[in-house]
Design a protein around this ligand. Structure first.
Ligand SMILES: *[C@@H]1O[C@H](CO)[C@@H](O)[C@H](O)[C@H]1NC(C)=O
Ligand SMILES: *[C@@H]1O[C@H](CO)[C@@H](O)[C@H](O)[C@H]1NC(C)=O
Ligand SMILES: *[C@@H]1O[C@H](CO)[C@@H](O)[C@H](O)[C@H]1NC(C)=O
Ligand SMILES: *[C@@H]1O[C@H](CO)[C@@H](O)[C@H](O)[C@H]1NC(C)=O
Ligand SMILES: *[C@@H]1O[C@H](CO)[C@@H](O)[C@H](O)[C@H]1NC(C)=O
Ligand SMILES: *[C@@H]1O[C@H](CO)[C@@H](O)[C@H](O)[C@H]1NC(C)=O
Ligand SMILES: *[C@@H]1O[C@H](CO)[C@@H](O)[C@H](O)[C@H]1NC(C)=O
Length: 366
């Protein structure tokens, strides 16, 4: 491993801010109660919420430096610690979600995680894209009915969380022009729509949908794209990538509205992850972050510490000392410190439409 790339001496002000921030952002993690029923969550998505599925599927081990801030052992999460979904589970005082593909004494009592690193909505029938995750869910449903008496797993009152789309946009931008990417967005949304209807077919009606974050602020994109000087915003992010993310989000919000009107008994909470993440970058020093567009784990130092030849986890990477000073862990995924703040904002209900608490589904009368 290379020498540390950053050294940082917190000045008094930063220390104060840090103390203040941790006070503010720890409060929401007092667990909320599930009074009516035990929480049950079925999660679908990509690396933003994969708690070990890819590792289980491919027998792949992500060891140090992943997990260095919290788990201190390989878990298959692409972060130095907990993901947003982990903090959401903590908020319900329940254990972290077990990956569907976990073969060793899996515990699905509080739900199943179908999310897999690298997943997108398209193409179809490719492991482990969204429709494959939904087929896995259908199989889980069928088997739970086959082996237990119907109703033992409460599919109707479970919460279905979906966080996908980032890889579709990211991948599309590798090969296509902005206009071509924009043309493809409806096909991504259509897959999410099919997934939600498929879940509804077996009784699911409570959905928690995360929109996609500011793609143009990822160190990976900033370091690897040949961008026009006019294509950067005031915080240094790539405007065109963020515009595409916002268009995706507008259409995803539209889908949620459409489904709410078509199915009166759907509860669909749309969460504006884009705003949460963008505000984190825009106001990074307020939250104690130092370089919002620089990866903690990567190569090359300022300004992005990202080099596609020597990425985090590959031979020769360098590592920052304090991940808690960084938003980006590896150039694509967030640090545990950033995830904690993102989760606290989700729980605040300020970014949710309608503004429901994360525990609404385990407290509402069915
Ligand atoms: C969390 O769950 C544990 C048991 O798993 C229980 O002892 C504790 O009281 C719960 N805390 C809250 C805040 O519900
Ligand atoms: C399985 O998970 C549930 C819910 O998180 C927990 O209460 C229970 O203790 C776990 N069971 C085992 C055997 O670990
Ligand atoms: C689940 O069962 C239904 C009804 O028997 C069947 O049509 C469907 O193909 C099954 N799906 C999976 C993924 O096993
Ligand atoms: C939703 O409500 C309709 C009637 O309004 C009912 O026919 C349908 O079974 C309900 N679906 C679910 C999943 O509860
Ligand atoms: C840079 O952006 C300007 C304004 O958007 C555009 O006119 C120009 O063609 C772009 N140049 C390149 C090389 O993409
Ligand atoms: C930064 O934080 C301030 C104070 O909370 C807020 O007024 C402002 O809107 C934030 N800026 C952005 C870009 O989110
Ligand atoms: C990555 O390696 C290739 C082949 O050695 C080289 O051409 C390229 O410049 C390198 N890229 C970076 C960002 O260093």
């Amino acid at each position: 491993m290379r020498a540390k790339i950053m050294s940082y001496n917190p000045k008094g002000l930063h220390l104060l801010l840090l103390v203040f921030s941790s006070l503010v952002f720890c409060v929401p993690f007092v667990a909320s109660q599930c009074n009516v029923r035990h929480p049950l969550i079925f999660n679908f998505g990509d690396s933003n919420s994969d708690t070990g599925g890819f590792s289980a599927a491919l027998g792949f081990i992500y060891g140090y430096p992943d997990g260095r801030a919290f788990f201190h052992q390989p878990t298959g999460r692409l972060s130095d610690g907990r993901l947003v979904i982990d903090f959401l589970c903590e908020n319900l005082n329940t254990s972290y979600l077990t990956p569907y593909l976990d073969s060793f004494q899996p515990n699905f009592t509080n739900g199943v995680n179908f999310a897999i690193i690298g997943s997108a909505t398209l193409p179809k029938y490719v492991p482990f894209n969204l429709d494959v995750q939904v087929l896995q869910f259908n199989r889980f449903y069928n088997r739970s009915i086959q082996f237990k008496s119907k109703g033992q797993v409460d599919f109707e009152n479970a919460l279905y969380t979906i966080d996908i789309g980032q890889n579709d946009l990211s991948g599309a931008f590798n090969d296509l022009s902005y206009a071509e990417v924009v043309d493809k967005i409806p096909s991504f949304i259509s897959e999410i729509k099919d997934a939600m209807w498929a879940i509804n077919l077996v009784g699911g009606k409570n959905f928690w949908v995360h929109n996609t974050g500011p793609l143009g602020c990822l160190p990976q994109k900033l370091a690897t794209r040949k961008s026009n000087a006019t294509d950067f915003d005031q915080f240094g992010c790539i405007k065109s990538l963020n515009e595409a993310a916002k268009l995706f989000n507008t259409k995803l919000n539209g889908l949620c509205q459409e489904l709410r009107s078509q199915m009166k008994n759907f509860t669909i909470v749309y969460v504006d992850m884009y705003s949460i993440k963008y505000e984190l970058i825009a106001n990074s020093s307020f939250y104690g972050f130092k370089k919002p567009l620089m990866a903690c784990c990567g190569y090359g130092g300022d300004p992005y510490n990202y080099n596609s030849n020597i990425t985090c986890r590959n031979k020769g990477f360098s590592l920052c000392e304090q991940g808690s000073k960084y938003i980006s862990w590896d150039g694509v995924h967030y640090t545990e410190a950033a995830n904690a703040i993102v989760a606290s904002k989700i729980i605040s209900t300020n970014y949710a439409t309608p503004p429901l608490k994360f525990n609404y589904f385990c407290n509402k009368q069915s």
